[in-house]
Design a protein around this ligand. Structure first.
Ligand code: BTN
Length: 321
C-alpha cells in the first residue's frame, strides 16, 4: 500500500493536521490529501476534522517488519531473514528468487497483497490487499524427497499450534494441509521444492495463506471464513500472527528432522476433519469412510475392498455430498 507511511502516522488515531503530515512525509499538502482520498477509496475509515486535520477512526492492521521481529523469540532474530513487501506476484515465488540468489538464514517473505497468489493444484489464491496473511519461508529439510509428504502435514500442525496461542483452539485440518473452521476454509499451505537434492537436503518453500480480516471475496470458489469472523473476540494482528507462525514452523521443522512424522501423527489426527466421514476421491476412484492418516502421512480410506492408503498429491479427497 503506497499510502502506508501516511497510515502509520495516523495509526495512533489522533487528529493530525495536513501540514504536519506533509512535513513529516516530505510531500505537499495536496499530495497528503490525494493519499487520504486514495486510502478512503480502499476502504480505510478516515474523517476530516474541519480546521484541524485527519483522524483514523477504525483500527488498522498494517504490516511492519520491526513489529514482526519484535514478536519473534530472540534466538530467531539472527536466523530469520525477513522481508515485508507491499505487493508481490507470489511470496513463494519471491522466496524462490531469494534462495536462488543465495540469501543467508531462513528467507521469510510477508506481503500485504499478491498479484499472482498460487494455491494447490494450479489454483489461484485470492490475495486482496491489507486483509490477510500471505507468508512464505524457505526451509532446508534433511531426509530427501521422501520426507516431504510428512513435512507438508507437519506444517498444518505448526500453523494450528500458532493459532492456538491466540486462543483459536478448534482449528481443523483437511488432509493434507488445509486449515478449516467447521466446514469453512480458513487458510491453505502450498509446499514447493526449490532446486536439486543436495547431500540429502531439500530446499522447501512453505507458503501459508490465512484469511484474517476478509469479509467479502466474490471470486473464492468454496465456502470460506476468516479468523476475525470465526473468533470475533480475539484481536487479530497480522504482525503477531506472522511471528507466531514463523516461530512454530521453524521449531517444528527441527522437531520433524529429529523425529520424523510419526510423533506428530496423533496431534494431526485430533484435528482431522475427514475422520469418520464418507469420502470420495475427486477422480471418482476411491469411496469410503475416512480412517485417519498412517505413520507416513498417507490418508486411509476404508472402502468396500478394504483399507486404501492415499498419498498426498496423488488423489484429492472430499466429503461425499
Ligand atoms: C491452497 O490451499 O491451495 C494453498 C494456498 C496457499 C496460499 C499461500 S499465500 C502465501 C503463499 N504464496 C502463494 O502464492 N501461495 C501461498
Amino acid at each position: 500500500m503506497k499510502s502506508s507511511s501516511l497510515l502509520t502516522l495516523l495509526e495512533d488515531r489522533r487528529i493530525h493536521s495536513g501540514e504536519s503530515l506533509a512535513q513529516t512525509l516530505g510531500i505537499s499538502r495536496t499530495a497528503v490529501w490525494k493519499q487520504i482520498r486514495r486510502a478512503i477509496s480502499e476502504g480505510v475509515e478516515i474523517r476530516t476534522v474541519r480546521g484541524q486535520g485527519y483522524q483514523l477512526i477504525s483500527a488498522l492492521d498494517l504490516l511492519a517488519s520491526e513489529r514482526i521481529l519484535k514478536a519473534l523469540p530472540e534466538p530467531l532474530h539472527t536466523v530469520v531473514n525477513l522481508d515485508v513487501l507491499d505487493a508481490v506476484d507470489s511470496t513463494n515465488a519471491e522466496v524462490a528468487r531469494r534462495l536462488t540468489a543465495g540469501v543467508e538464514g531462513v528467507p521469510v517473505v510477508v506481503s500485504d497483497s499478491q498479484t499472482a497468489g498460487r494455491g494447490r493444484r494450479g489454483r489461484q489464491w485470492v490475495s486482496p490487499q491489507g486483509e490477510n496473511l500471505y507468508l512464505s519461508l524457505g526451509l532446508s529439510i534433511e531426509g530427501g524427497f521422501s520426507a516431504l509428504d510428512g513435512m507438508s502435514l507437519v506444517l498444518g500442525v505448526a500453523v494450528s499450534r500458532a493459532l492456538s496461542t491466540f486462543g483459536a483452539m478448534d482449528v481443523g485440518l483437511k488432509w493434507p494441509n488445509d486449515l478449516f473452521y467447521g466446514d469453512r476454509k480458513l487458510g491453505g499451505i502450498l509446499v514447493e521444492i526449490q532446486g536439486e537434492l543436495q547431500d540429502g537436503v531439500v530446499q522447501v518453500i512453505a507458503g501459508i495463506g490465512i484469511n484474517v480480516h476478509m469479509r467479502q471475496a466474490e471470486t473464492v470458489d468454496q465456502p470460506w471464513t476468516s479468523l476475525a469472523e470465526a473468533w470475533p473476540d480475539i484481536v487479530w494482528t497480522r504482525n503477531t500472527l506472522a511471528a507466531a507462525i514463523v516461530s512454530e514452523v521453524i521449531k517444528i521443522t527441527a522437531e520433524f528432522e529429529r523425529q520424523g512424522f510419526s510423533s506428530f501423527r496423533e496431534e494431526w489426527q485430533a484435528r482431522d476433519i475427514f475422520f469418520n466421514q464418507e469420502l470420495v476421491a475427486r477422480d471418482g476412484g476411491a469411496q469410503g469412510m475416512g480412517a485417519g492418516i498412517d505413520a507416513t502421512g498417507n490418508y486411509q480410506v476404508d472402502t468396500a475392498d478394504g483399507r486404501m492408503a492415499i498419498r498426498a498429491g496423488d488423489i484429492s479427497l472430499r466429503v461425499r455430498s
